[in-house]
Design a binder for this molecule. Structure first.
Ligand SMILES: C[S@@+](CC[C@H](N)C(=O)[O-])C[C@H]1O[C@@H](n2cnc3c(N)ncnc32)[C@H](O)[C@@H]1O
Length: 225
């Protein structure tokens, strides 16, 4: 069975994709049909230091994380997205600016967090504008669920932050219910509207687009017990 070739690029090295299996014949929608297993990361080796690690799930074009990594050289950053479309652009900017504190991976959030990210290892998880899947029959495709929230909680350090943003009022209400159902996990839950809680001046691409359209934006910050 053929295996996908993993480019040994310093920006997305590590989290070696092991046992990757092509589900479909080569050449047919390869990028969405590859099942990958990840090795558990040792952040100290991955980044070469013991600095705190933040992760963005669904980083898109990577603007937010690249800006944040430039502003915070004493922190390490991992951006993941299940779509590889913007990978070259993200990596080019990181390489151009010689940023040793950022890595991008094409990965599915649940699998990557479960297999590659050690429990109790992330200082902040950023989840900004996850796909809302507005049709009721598609709600099961939403990334946020009770299980996923527990997984995020398990990967944070005590006192670590989960930062969430959405433009979708129904998804926001659904996330509020999910959070309330596991309220005992969190020390504090703070909500704001049209005002980012962490890194307010540093926007994501979707945030800039939605702001320009005048949409109300919903922000939530959870502090891990
Ligand atoms: C609406 S875009 C938001 C992008 C970026 N966060 C922003 O605010 O500009 C959602 C992103 O999440 C990614 N995504 C969706 N589900 C994912 C998953 N399960 N694991 C990793 N990335 C995912 C999509 O590929 C897409 O790039």
């Amino acid at each position: 069975m053929a295996r996908p070739y993993v480019v040994p690029n310093p920006i997305d090295r590590g989290a070696a994709e092991i046992g990757a299996t092509l589900v479909n014949p080569i050449g047919k929608k390869l990028k969405t049909r590859v099942e990958v297993k990840y090795e558990l990361l040792v952040f100290e080796e991955f980044f070469g230091n013991r600095n705190p690690v933040e992760m963005e799930i669904g980083c898109g074009k990577g603007k937010f994380l690249l800006d944040r990594a430039e502003e915070n050289p004493g922190t390490n950053f991992i951006g993941i997205d299940r779509i590889g479309k913007w990978m070259k652009r993200r990596k080019d900017r990181a390489e151009r600016n010689a940023m040793p504190n950022i890595r991008f991976m094409r990965a599915e959030a649940r699998a990557f967090l479960t297999e590659a990210v050690p429990p109790g290892s992330l200082s902040i998880i950023h989840l900004y504008f996850p796909d809302p899947w507005p049709k009721r029959r598609h709600h099961t495709r939403r990334v946020m669920s009770g299980d996923f929230l527990r997984l995020l909680h398990s990967r944070l350090v005590p006192g670590g932050l989960l930062e969430i943003a959405t433009d979708h009022v129904d998804y926001n209400e659904a996330m509020k219910k999910t959070i309330a159902a596991a309220a005992e996990l969190w020390d504090n839950v703070r909500e704001t509207r049209n005002e980012r809680i962490v890194g307010g001046m540093n926007k994501t691409n979707y945030e800039l687009k939605f702001e320009a359209e005048g949409k109300p934006l919903y922000y939530t910050e959870l502090v891990k017990k």
